[in-house]
Design a protein around this ligand. Structure first.
Ligand code: NAD
Length: 803
């Protein structure tokens, strides 16, 4: 039996309350993410004179305005309990987990542990967020009884958005406790966990920062500018768009220099040590206070609308040049990794030489150190994916490009003195098992462990049996396709074959006319042999809305009249889902815009990833929601009002109307609830890969409870008086300069439709009436020149044109 199910030695099987010590950059944001996840949290820092919790309160105020937002809603800062070590240590007695995130000093951390240890519960877990100190050395100062409940838990900045958390045990850490903590981090906080050995900078920063050092060295050697390096090491290399130097600016050059110094000081025996001192260009920037984005200058400086790059030779900022040689670009675009690496290696172009050198050194370095820093190759690869946004980890790339060939190339380069160190590749690279598997991964999902000289399956924690999606745990949930065409795939999980899942096959999961028909077919299929239907995908987004690219030619040829039947079909589709005889659950994650939002609000339930960005954005392209979005708002406002009959209907309608008029999109599932696109009974899930699992469970639970579709009823509309009041508010926005004149005109149509049209206030209407109002408003706007210009502009630039 798994330890999570036990209550070993009186240990609580769940972590219900958290304390965070240190309200700095990391501590405050970790606390914020706990309240995002609905976990009560106490945030400690040093006591001040006067207002004893002044440091924490200042940090809480900062959380409300920091970008990217650490909180689902700014006001959630009020859910974090402020505390200090002098007056409030008793508060630790309720906490199951204490995360220490104070300044990076061994002596300070030890002093703090001595201070808080007597106040901790006998079974509480203590974890440190240190990036560079040894976990074992920190553990030495702890009372014996606490040592087995202590480990490292290394979050990345910003903790809400960076998936990776490295979990670092010492030799004393209780194994069952570690499993419990991993389960909490994954399911409770939505993080992706890698286990690391207790070595300086752990895995991701060790390999990632080595890569930055290597990039700086090769750029210097080959004379490439920072913007060219970023162009070469961004999306073209399957990495974050910001490449190398812009990422460094975002991270903070002082933080980066600190990580480099840790490598220099603590890894004297590393065969690559000669390259570990902070490069002069970086040292000079930090000395000048050019720390990157936070101080306005770093490797780049923004001047008005122009972005200038640093010229390391002169120290001046100059215009970016950024041109990639077309031949190098073609090599980087090559899909076959073997052809790609071979081509880069063979080219004499400095840009190609740069990329090959960087990749080769990273593979070389990863191979030399895998044994000391990670349990298996999988941990190292995942650390780079989740911590640095690389599409593929180094070993995955190596294997994809041909294990033996690449090993041979690296060895040739070592022999020729081209590598940053002459350290040989470790013997395991040629182990019969590795050669047999063609690399460090087997077809069955095993990953090479150089310590045991064998392949290891992914950690089998119950929490991973909830995962459906890409990644190492996908194999745990086999899937079976039931129906597939060019627009839609209907499938089931083999272990839950009674719930049908419908996924769209369009780019960005847009709703093309074929997808719309596919969804209706999925509803037929679900009713004919399944207990429920889930609409959603293993990957983001949920849906970017109607497929404008497919609709535009139809419009150009036939005008608004040609689009009318397509719009009607979309309305029919959302109603088909609402009134299906089986429960329909939308599995939301990422964007759910326009038609995607309209589809979701018509399902019986929504299960939403915390990172769900949902909204009715049609006004941005000069339209109103035309697939039931406004019908939903009108009905939902009436439902909410039914619970408070003395309040005016408009009090409930206004929020919806202004959200639509402003094309507002939620920044989180928490905000989606506030906007009314998620309802109280809808579930929010922290880990992306649990969304489909929970959605399927939800559909089953609804079926189990004897599901019946809602009965189509009548509801009161706000009518012409409501519309007049809303229009007056829109005029205020227009006069205040918040929205353009044409925005206001379109918003006026929103106001009219959402109130049910030109009817007496309080008139009872139904969905069919609302749908007809929507159609009239939508088709009317589609005939307008400015709307057409907005749509064309959007298709060209991907951004709304505000004309
Ligand atoms: P920070 O400087 O922003 O905050 C440190 C906090 O510690 C401050 O609120 C300060 O009041 C408090 N503090 C200072 N001295 C103290 C003492 N003697 N006793 C108790 N509290 C004290 O630091 P940060 O960037 O949030 O880093 C905190 C920890 O997280 C460090 O161990 C760091 O290595 C680690 N970390 C940082 C990052 C990052 O990107 N900043 C990322 C991962 C991990």
């Amino acid at each position: 039996m798994h330890p999570m199910g036990q209550n070993k030695g009186g240990r609580r099987p769940r972590l219900n309350r958290v304390a965070v010590c240190g309200a700095g950059v990391m501590g405050a944001q970790i606390a914020a993410h706990c309240v995002n996840a609905g976990i009560p949290v106490v945030l400690f820092d040093l006591a001040s004179e006067g207002d004893r919790n002044a440091i924490v309160r200042k940090a809480l105020a900062g959380l409300r305005t920091l970008k990217p937002a650490p909180l689902g809603l700014p006001e959630m800062a009020g859910l974090i309990t402020p505390a200090n070590y002098e007056d409030d240590l008793h508060r630790l007695a309720d906490c199951d987990l204490v995360i220490e995130a104070i300044a990076e000093r061994l002596d300070w951390k030890r002093e703090l542990y001595a201070r808080i240890a007597p106040a901790l519960r006998h079974d509480a877990v203590l974890a440190t967020n240190t990036s560079g100190l040894s976990i074992s050395v920190l553990a030495e100062g702890l009372p014996e009884s606490l040592r087995e409940r202590f480990c490292g838990v290394h979050f990345f900045n910003p903790p809400r958005y960076m998936p990776l958390v490295e979990l670092i045990p010492t030799r004393h850490t209780d194994a069952a406790l570690l499993d419990m903590l991993e389960s909490f981090l994954v399911s409770g906080l939505g993080k992706s966990v890698v286990r690391a050995r207790d070595t300086p900078n752990f895995i991701a920063n060790r390999i990632g920062v080595f890569g930055i050092m290597a990039a700086i060295e090769h750029a210097r050697r080959l004379g490439l500018s920072v913007d060219v390096v970023d162009e070469l090491t961004g999306t073209r290399l399957g990495r974050a768009k910001s490449g190398t130097f812009r990422t460094a600016d975002v991270v903070g050059l002082d933080t980066l220099a600190h990580v480099m110094r840790t490598m220099e000081d603590q890894l004297p025996g590393d065969p690559f040590h000669a390259y570990f001192s902070v490069p002069p260009v970086l040292r000079a920037l930090v000395e000048q206070g050019a720390l990157g984005q936070k101080s306005g200058a770093g490797f780049y400086r923004k001047e008005g609308r122009r972005i200038l790059r640093l010229d390391p030779d002169t120290g001046q900022y100059v215009p970016a040049e950024g041109a990639i040689d077309p031949e190098v670009a073609a090599l980087l675009a090559e899909k076959d990794a073997s052809v790609r690496l071979k081509g880069l290696r063979a080219s004499s172009h400095p840009q190609a030489r740069f990329v090959w050198s960087l990749l080769r050194d990273t593979l070389h370095y990863s191979a030399v150190h895998l044994h000391d820093i990670a349990g298996t190759a999988r941990e190292l690869d995942l650390a780079m994916q989740w911590g640095f946004g690389h599409r593929q980890g180094p070993f995955e790339l190596w294997q994809a490009a041909g294990w033996r060939d690449v090993a041979g190339w690296i060895r040739e380069d070592i022999a020729q003195g081209a590598t940053l160190s002459d350290a040989p590749l470790p013997d395991w690279v040629d182990a019969p098992g590795v050669i047999g598997a063609g690399g460090v991964y087997t077809a069955e999902g095993g990953a090479w462990n150089p310590a045991s000289s064998d392949f290891e399956a992914p950690r089998d924690l119950p929490v991973y049996r909830r995962h459906v999606g890409p990644g190492p745990y996908a194999a745990a949930r086999p899937r079976r396709t039931v129906h597939e065409d060019s627009a839609i795939r209907c499938w089931v999980l083999e272990d839950a074959p009674d719930v049908l899942i419908a996924s769209f096959r369009t780019r960005m999961h847009t709703l093309s006319p074929d997808v719309v028909r596919g969804i209706m077919r999925a509803a037929d299929l679900a009713e004919s042999g399944y207990r429920g239907l889930v609409v959603g995908h293993v990957d983001d987004p949920f849906s970017a809305g109607a497929d404008l690219k497919a609709l535009m030619p139809i419009f150009e040829q036939g005008g608004p009249g040609a689009v009318a039947p397509i719009q009607r079909e979309m309305q029919d589709m959302v109603l088909r889902l609402r009134y299906a005889q089986v429960p329909v659950v939308a599995a939301l994650a990422g964007m759910a815009l326009g038609g995607g939002c309209e589809l979701a609000v018509h399902c019986d339930r929504r299960v939403a990833h915390f990172e769900t960005y949902i909204g009715l954005v049609e006004v941005g392209i000069g339209l109103i929601p035309g697939a039931g979005g406004l019908a939903y708002c009108a009905r939902r406002a009436a439902e909410l009002r039914a619970g408070a009959p003395e309040a005016p209907l408009l009090a409930f309608l206004k929020g919806f109307a202004l959200a639509v008029a402003g094309a507002r999109v939620s920044g989180s599932a928490a905000e989606a609830r506030q906007l009314g696109y998620l309802q109280p009974q809808d579930k929010v899930v922290m880990h992306r890969n649990e969304v489909l699992h929970v959605a399927v469970s939800e559909a089953r639970a609804l079926a189990e409870a004897g599901y019946r579709p809602p009965m189509a009823g009548r509801f009161p509309a706000a009518g012409r008086d409501g519309a007049a009041t809303l229009r007056a508010q829109i005029v205020n926005l227009q006069v205040g300069g918040y929205i353009s004149d044409y925005d206001a005109e379109v918003a006026g149509v929103v106001a009219e439709v959402i109130c049910g049209g030109d009817i007496d206030p309080g008139s009872e209407i139904d969905e069919a009436w609302m749908m007809a109002c929507e159609r009239r408003g939508f088709i009317g706007l589609l005939g307008r020149e400015k709307t057409q210009a907005r749509i064309r502009g959007f298709l060209e630039t991907g951004k709304p044109t505000r004309n």
